[in-house]
Ligand binder design. Structure first.
Ligand SMILES: [Zn+2]
Length: 600
């Protein structure tokens, strides 16, 4: 960095707004210097260090650990030098947060962000965006994957000549890791992102799938999932701007090509961004969240420049809508903390669609040379522009919304859950007095589990529960998570066991799924007779089951199990979700008994 010292001094002496052009001839990015080339991790970080050394409005900071052993770095652009997390939070300026190389085989954003940063710093007209917003970028998120460079693992992709690998050093896909947080990267991201709560977020990717004419495609968080102020601003203002502005910049853009049938002609479906993905995770923290997906068959150069223009387009919209964005963000936080219910499950409404002008290629079928069966082919000599259906309306599932408790109570043993809540800025209160709480325990009724490990877990899905009213005691050192925080969306998405990306779904509570005590059938027969004599109503119910349900006669254990589970012998904690839905709390009086005794 020594050789740039004279420049630094010059800039400091004159202030940042030099009237003479800043010499940038040596600030060519590796992408510009070599054909079909994406910067390696070392080259990319060296480039940001160079920007940091040259421009006072740019700084690179380290914010925490990653699995690679190298720190997670942020590159920050700020006119007022808001270069710490606290300064960024305390600034009036909204934050534009850019994530790169979560999938290092899809590096368009890596190079686009380098060019974007350089040009914002060096170009007078572009620099004005920093009068209105701060910009924070992660140059490389999956660093271990970026270091694992190769030229083969993106089988169908059109460049660059070298790129990183999708999995990280633990072979995790970090874009499924935002709630379970198996990686140190996710822990650091949780901490940084929840602290900053950026107004706008983009994660840069490259997509495979169908062929069509567009270079850039876009996923946006479902507006329905956001509080109304933000959802409205996204749907009615920001999205229309982005699509028209990108067209004006020469990069006509389409929604992410997730097809309703097998080909785009049959319509597109808006992507349901669950919290496991960066997009859905960011939305839980009230970001207008996007995933940019360049199309893998387009030349790398075009993919990078379209991504570059998308970054400009988003920052331009933000700079022009600071007041609306800030107001909508504040209203959203207020709405989240006062709303008494939350939707955990969204489903596509197939009766609703918009007309979408789509520029595609004709899908054709021909015999496969390998199997002889029909295979799909997109004919690039036969392009079309036509109106297709865009299914982009989601509605709450029939059993939604669900009520929020006054507070969740979590026994202190569940440390992994408690630390993840804290990483996400959730207010977690350690009890300094024992409390008795009226509320509900939830019991797991049904759940399904994937057959193969999915991202290092046996993920549960289709989880259903039943509630039982209860009064529970929590001891000193246990924890309370009050609802009514701006973090309620994250709290409900992670702690409500039925939610698709809950901690329960990701196996943090699997201990409760296994029964610990059983009985000996030859002995329990006699005990069952005693119990049925004692409870004639059970006997009536069991007789009816024996008459009507063949499983009760086919297997003698079925009836015994039934009686066992009705009895006090059956453990109450089997299938009982240990996080209590508290509604009313009373402090347990201390030593009342011994004080009364003392008076005698
Ligand atoms: Zn990707």
């Amino acid at each position: 960095m020594k050789s740039y010292l004279p420049f630094l001094l010059l800039i400091v002496c004159f202030g940042c707004d030099l009237k003479v052009p800043i010499p940038t001839a040596d600030l060519k990015a590796p992408f510009e210097l070599k054909e079909n080339y994406s910067a390696s991790y070392e080259e990319g970080m060296a480039f940001y260090d160079k920007l940091d050394g040259r421009f006072t409005k740019c700084k690179v900071i380290e914010v925490g650990e990653t699995d690679s052993g190298k720190p997670l770095s942020l590159a920050i652009l700020s006119k007022n030098h808001d270069f710490t997390l606290n300064e960024l939070v305390n600034s009036d300026k909204p934050i534009f947060f850019i994530n790169n190389a979560i999938h290092p085989g899809e590096p368009c954003g890596v190079d686009a962000t380098m060019l974007f940063y350089r040009d914002v710093l060096a170009n007078d007209s572009l620099r004005q965006v920093l009068d209105h917003i701060n910009i924070v970028a992660i140059p490389y998120y999956n660093i271990s994957g970026a270091l694992n460079r190769n030229s083969t693992t993106r089988a169908n992709q059109n460049g660059p000549v070298e790129y990183g690998f999708r999995g990280n050093i633990k072979n995790l896909d970090l874009n499924r890791d935002f709630v379970k947080a198996d990686s140190k990267n996710a822990k650091t991201f949780n901490q940084v992102f929840s602290k900053l709560q950026p107004e706008v977020f983009i994660d840069n990717h490259t997509t495979n799938g169908a062929d069509y004419q567009y270079t850039m495609t876009l996923i946006n968080t479902l507006p329905e999932k956001l509080p109304a102020s933000l959802g409205g601003l996204l749907k009615d203002n920001m999205l229309p701007f982005l699509y028209s502005d990108m067209a004006a910049r020469g990069w006509d853009m389409t929604p992410y090509v997730s097809t309703y049938g097998s080909i785009p002609d049959q319509g597109l479906v808006a992507f349901n961004d669950l919290p496991r993905y960066s997009n859905g995770y960011a939305a839980l923290h009230h970001s207008l969240a996007f995933t940019g997906e360049t199309h893998m068959l387009k030349p790398f150069k075009d993919r990078v420049w379209s991504n570059y223009e998308l970054l400009h387009s988003m920052s331009t919209w933000m700079a022009n809508h600071v007041a609306e964005l800030t107001a909508a963000h504040d209203q959203a936080l207020e709405a989240t903390s006062t709303e008494e219910t939350e939707v955990l499950h969204w489903q596509l409404d197939t009766t609703q669609f918009e007309d979408l002008t789509f520029k595609g290629y004709k899908a054709e079928y021909k015999p496969s040379e390998i199997t002889g069966r029909q295979r799909l082919n997109y004919n690039r000599d036969s392009s079309f522009t036509k109106t297709i259906k865009y299914y982009n309306s989601y509605r709450p599932r029939e059993d939604q919304p669900v009520a929020k408790p006054q507070a969740f109570y979590i026994p202190q043993a569940w440390t992994e859950v408690l630390e993840r809540l804290r990483w996400n800025g959730v207010e977690v209160i350690e009890l300094d007095k024992a409390v008795e709480v009226e509320g509900q325990y939830k019991y797991i009724n049904n759940y399904e589990t994937v057959n193969q490990p999915y991202e290092s877990h046996y993920l549960h899905f289709n989880v259903t529960t039943r509630s039982e009213e209860a009064t529970a005691t929590f001891e000193v050192g246990d924890f309370k998570v009050p609802l009514g925080q701006g973090r309620d969306k994250y709290i409900m998405a992670s702690l409500a066991p039925e939610a698709p990306d809950s901690y329960f779904a990701w196996n943090f509570f699997d201990g409760i799924l296994m029964q610990k005590e059983y009985y000996s059938p030859y002995l329990f027969e006699d005990r069952a007779v005693e119990l049925l004599d004692k409870h004639p109503d059970w006997k009536v119910e069991l007789d009816s089951l024996i008459q009507n349900d063949p499983s009760f006669t086919e297997n003698s254990r079925t009836a015994l199990n039934w009686v066992y589970k009705k009895s006090d012998h059956y453990e109450k904690t089997h299938l009982r979700y240990p996080v209590f839905y508290g509604q009313k709390e009373t402090i347990v009086p201390v030593n009342v008994f011994s004080e009364q005794e003392g008076e005698n």
